[in-house]
Structures are given as structure tokens and as C-alpha cells.
Design a protein around this ligand. Structure first.
Ligand SMILES: Nc1ncnc2c1ncn2[C@@H]1O[C@H](COP(=O)(O)OP(=O)(O)OP(=O)(O)O)[C@@H](O)[C@H]1O
Ligand SMILES: [Mg+2]
Length: 417
């Protein structure tokens, strides 16, 4: 087990491209850290620098307090699973998993190999397949063999680069829970790269959001969701994504496309000198006023619903709005950064399944303005981020993480050897 620290790590490739820019993070012993961000933001580069497959241009990489920039991959004792994992086709599942142990010449007895492969196979439910060849396995089974090969070694940390991206949705879901269980049980420090929202939110103790090689925010999933630092993080985390609405700053209120939101003294300071801001409102914060009584202080509005989608457990309603030119430009830029589909001039609201809101009709809604975020249209900063609340969430998440690790350790100690 290991603590991994990155201190202002940068990567400039041979062609001069700067893929990673002064990235710093502390990954605690036993922590599950996720790296997430749009394609090309430097996730794989970062992982490859940690494992030693890519030179670090500048900065320090520390493992358990020791600088390891110059150590060869083998000397770092980290175990990596790649997106396109390659199994040896001529070797059995057993020998594929045992492979890293065989490399350790003479160091590990046949008995020990058998025990370790057995343990890994047990955990990954591969016991029935040990004598089979990779070509005859399903995608998920092959993925588990690759995983087995990574965990069979006594590595100080696991590094995963989108290990599930080749699997279909159902298998991904299954493997996701397997990985979560395995990581907790082994308590091994893990760095995991993904594109996938759900993986990022469910697996990580903390998540690092990257944009063009620069860290935007490192926080627990809950903090990212509730207290994003900027427009980019707010738009990246959550599905369907947060709605971004243009808002004119008036004397004591914000004028949104459908309604006016009054604000107080404290907020007035934050938007002083600005004509225009971007309001962020998550789809689930908007409620159907016909079936629910507005909460105290709620802002009510009427709007024309363009399309509805009933999904059994919930109902999505799409409400188009006119966007300001200035805000449109900013949101288009954000959309490009997020690899989006350019559909930002309609608001999506996520209503209860029993809602009778129907397409082509006018409907009444409300939301609690305390839940909305307000962003600076110039630099994207979240003007309503509550630092104290963020700290509280961070402390809570850290507590949860420690408890989960202790639980796993207790279970391990109680388990028959
Ligand atoms: N060998 C290389 N030489 C020059 N540039 C490179 C090299 N490898 C990667 N890059 C560039 O560095 C940037 C980061 O690449 P990287 O593979 O780390 O992205 P990523 O976040 O893993 O993306 P994806 O989600 O698509 O896998 C990209 O813009 C890429 O074009
Ligand atoms: Mg990659």
C-alpha cells in the first residue's frame, strides 16, 4: 500500500505539445482516485507518467515520500491495466494470471503462485475457467483475467486506464461493482481513468476533473456535484447535465428566461459590475407545481413544454428558451470543451413519473433558488460556491472512506485464512 503524490507535474511531448500542466495531487494510502475529463485532456499521459512508461518533463512524483521520477516501471512496483489489455492467446487463463509472478525469477514458489492465482480467481469468479484459453472467453471474462493479472502481484498501487471501455453497458455495470468490491477488500491505492460519468461518481473516493491538461477540481463526487468550482466541472458532472441559463443582473434580482429571482445584499456584492451572468440549475431541482406545493422562498414560473419523455420512473420535459448572444458564445465554447452535442438552448427538467406535464402544453413549475449556481460568464467561476459547505462535505467523504477501509480490514481479519 502506498501514498502517491504529484507535485506540479508537467508533460511536454517531443513535438512540443504540452499535454499535462503543473498537476498536483495527494493520493492517500488506500484511496480510490478517479481521473476524468474529455478526450485528449491528458488522463492517459498522467497515468503513464505515474507508472513510469512516460518521462516526466518537470515536477516530482513521490511514492511513500520518496521521489521516483527516475525509477524504471518495474522498480516502482505499480500494477497497470490498459484499455486494450492484451492476453497471451497460447496461455491458459491460469498462466495468464500467473504471468507477472513467473517474471519474478525464482522468487516465488509454485505453491505460492498457485495460492495467489487461486485467490485472484476466486475473487474474480474465474475458478471454472482456469484451464481455458482467452479466445474462448467472453469479453467480461477476458477483462477479469486482465484484472487478475494486475492484482496477483503484491503491487503498491493499481492503475487502470479505462479498463471497461470495450465492454457493453451491462457488463460494465457488473465489472464496476466487482472493481469497487475488490478495491475495498484489498485496500490498495488505486488511480482509475475513465470517460464514464457513472464510473467516476460511483467508484471514486475522490475525482480529479481535468481540462486540457489542467486540474479543474479534486473533490469527492458529492462535492463536485453540489459545489463545483466552475462552469466546466458543473457541466461535466451530472446526467442529464446542469442547465445553463442566461441571466440579466438587475437592481435586486436576476432576470432569467422564464422568471425573475430576487437576491439579497450578500449576493449583490458578488455580481457587482456585471450585466450578465450564467445561472446553473440541475434538471431535478425543477418541480411540477401541479403535483407539489412550492417550498418556502420558491420561484414559480410558467413555460411552454416542447417535448416530454416518460421513462417509467421519471419524466423529462424539454423547455426551449431564447439565449443572449453573449451567453450563447460562452456556452458554445463550453460545449466544445465538453465534447458536447451543441444542444444548450433548451432547459431539461426531470420530473416525477406521475407528473401530467405534456408536450405542446404550458405548465407551471417551481424551484428553490438556494439550489441554483451562478457563474461568471467571463472566466466561468462559480460565484455561489459555498466554501464552508464544501469543506463539510469533504470531511464527511473522508470519514466515509476511512470507515469503508476499516470495515474491509476487519472483514479480512475475520475471514478464515
Ligand atoms: N506521443 C505523443 N506525442 C505528442 N502528443 C501526444 C502524444 N501522446 C499523446 N499526445 C497528446 O497529448 C494529449 C493528451 O493525450 P492523452 O492520451 O493523455 O489523452 P486522454 O485524456 O487519455 O484522452 P482519451 O480520453 O482520448 O484517451 C492529446 O492532445 C494527445 O494528442
Ligand atoms: Mg486515454
Amino acid at each position: 500500500m502506498s501514498q502517491i503524490q504529484l507535485k506540479e507535474i508537467s508533460k511536454v511531448y517531443a513535438d512540443g505539445y504540452e499535454a499535462v500542466k503543473k498537476v498536483s495531487m495527494d493520493i492517500a494510502d488506500g484511496e480510490f482516485m478517479i481521473l476524468v475529463g474529455p478526450s485528449g485532456c491528458g488522463k492517459s499521459t498522467l497515468l503513464r507518467m505515474i507508472v513510469g512508461l512516460e518521462d516526466i518533463t518537470s515536477g516530482d512524483l513521490m511514492i511513500d515520500g520518496k521521489r521516483v521520477n527516475e525509477l524504471a516501471p518495474r522498480e516502482r512496483n505499480l500494477s497497470m491495466v490498459f484499455q486494450n489489455y492484451a492476453l497471451y492467446p497460447h496461455l491458459s487463463v491460469y498462466e495468464n494470471i500467473a504471468f507477472p509472478l513467473r517474471l519474478n525469477k525464482g522468487g516465488i514458489s509454485d505453491e505460492e503462485v498457485k495460492k495467489r492465482v487461486g485467490d485472484a480467481a476466486e475473487m474474480l469468479e474465474l475458478n471454472d475457467h482456469l484451464e481455458r484459453k482467452p479466445a474462448n472467453l467472453s469479453g467480461g471474462q477476458r477483462q477479469r483475467v486482465a484484472m487478475g493479472r494486475a492484482i496477483v502481484r503484491d503491487a503498491d498501487a493499481f492503475l487502470f486506464d479505462e479498463p471497461l471501455s470495450n465492454l457493453d453497458a451491462k457488463l460494465r455495470g457488473q465489472m464496476r461493482t466487482e472493481i469497487a468490491r475488490m478495491q475495498r477488500r484489498l485496500g490498495v491505492t488505486t488511480v482509475y481513468v475513465t470517460h464514464d460519468q457513472t464510473e467516476a461518481m460511483t467508484l471514486g473516493d475522490r475525482v480529479t476533473v481535468l481540462k486540457k491538461g489542467v486540474v479543474q477540481q479534486i473533490a469527492s463526487p458529492r462535492e463536485l456535484y453540489e459545489q463545483p468550482v466552475n462552469l466546466f466541472v458543473a457541466g461535466f458532472i451530472g446526467s442529464p447535465p446542469m442547465n445553463f441559463l442566461p441571466a440579466r443582473v438587475e437592481d435586486r434580482s436576476l432576470r432569467l428566461p422564464f422568471c425573475e429571482v430576487p437576491f439579497g445584499e450578500e449576493f449583490a456584492d458578488k455580481v457587482k459590475g456585471k450585466d450578465l451572468v450564467i445561472v446553473g440549475l440541475r434538471p431535478e431541482f425543477v418541480k411540477d407545481a401541479e403535483i407539489q406545493d412550492p417550498v418556502p422562498g420558491a420561484v414559480e414560473f410558467e413555460a411552454d413544454v416542447d417535448v416530454t419523455e416518460w421513462l417509467g420512473n421519471e419524466l423529462y420535459a424539454y423547455i426551449p428558451f431564447e439565449s443572449d448572444e453573449a451567453v450563447r458564445a460562452k456556452l458554445d465554447e463550453l460545449d466544445r470543451d465538453l465534447d458536447g452535442e451543441g444542444m444548450r438552448t433548451q432547459m431539461v427538467v426531470n420530473l416525477e413519473a406521475r407528473s401530467r406535464v405534456r408536450e405542446g402544453e404550458r405548465a407551471r413549475f417551481f424551484f428553490d433558488p438556494k439550489l441554483m449556481h451562478v457563474f461568471d460568464p467571463e472566466n466561468g467561476d462559480n460565484l455561489t460556491r459555498n466554501e464552508e459547505e464544501a469543506k463539510r462535505i469533504a470531511a464527511e467523504s473522508e470519514e466515509d472512506r476511512k470507515r469503508a477501509l476499516e470495515r474491509a480490514k476487519r472483514k479480512e481479519a475475520e475471514a478464515p485464512a
